[in-house]
Design a protein around this ligand. Sequence first.
Ligand SMILES: Nc1ncnc2c1ncn2[C@@H]1O[C@H](COP(=O)(O)OP(=O)(O)OP(=O)(O)O)[C@@H](O)[C@H]1O
Ligand SMILES: [Mg+2]
Length: 281
Amino acid sequence: MSETAIDLSSSPARAPHVIAIASGKGGVGKTNLTANLAVALAGRGLRVCVLDADLGLANLDVLYGLSPERSLRDVVRGECGLPDVVVEGPGGVRVIPAASGFEELTRLGADERLRLLAEMDGLEDSVDVLLVDTAAGISANVLYFTAAAADALIVITPEPTSLTDAYALVKVLATRYGRRDFLVTVNMAAGEADAEAAFRRLARVAERFLRVRLEYQGYVPYDDALPRAVRQQHPVVLAAPGSPASQALVALAARLAVRPAAGPTGGVQFFFRRLVGEGRA
Ligand SMILES: Nc1ncnc2c1ncn2[C@@H]1O[C@H](COP(=O)(O)OP(=O)(O)OP(=O)(O)O)[C@@H](O)[C@H]1O
Ligand SMILES: [Mg+2]
């Protein structure tokens, strides 16, 4: 794995930045965005870990061509340590498969909680960015994962249903969990104008009625190279680096890499602490 860590030279002791990728509507591209952002961030010299909290069919393992045998559930049950669960994906990205155990993660007993937190300690010094790929919708588990992260990156598409569902998600995170700042990216846009219009439609109502701040992070165009890469089980930023989608994803990664966390920092340990014990509705 690369240890160049170019971007870190100015802030060697910074706590890992935890970013949850969420959406109201399903199928807007969260998992693909997560998979490719992770690889693009790793390409910038950052040490990237992805927590797969998505129970969807096209999950992260499939996109990376991995078939992990263990998940966080085994760690929680004391059957193995975190290093036994983590699998390495393209570009040196590390993946923590949580899918089969993530429902349990949010309601652990005291012993299990301590065990998980102790294992997660190991990540604190070896990870710069933890991306959390969540499932669609506003189920309790999606909310826990998203509320616990320092940043929430909301993925929308220009479709009206995606905007109304994103509004519902932002509303519940704001009213029930007190989150005020949201990052937003528009996926599958026809172009810049289309993407910016979609963002403005969401931002206008959210800022007015929910008193939250939405920060536009750019867009990823609709691009056939992406589904092609999915079929090859290879992230598009590696499979077709020159494609419009890849260039947009690399630009998105560049923007996120230099951005300070909007929410409470405190790294991976803090994220898991909140996840397993605090901030419940
Ligand atoms: N920019 C894009 N251009 C073209 N197709 C895309 C783009 N982004 C995603 N897709 C396609 O959309 C589909 C859904 O993507 P993905 O599985 O990443 O969405 P998701 O939000 O994670 O879904 P779920 O809510 O089920 O977890 C995939 O088949 C993918 O190939
Ligand atoms: Mg998904």
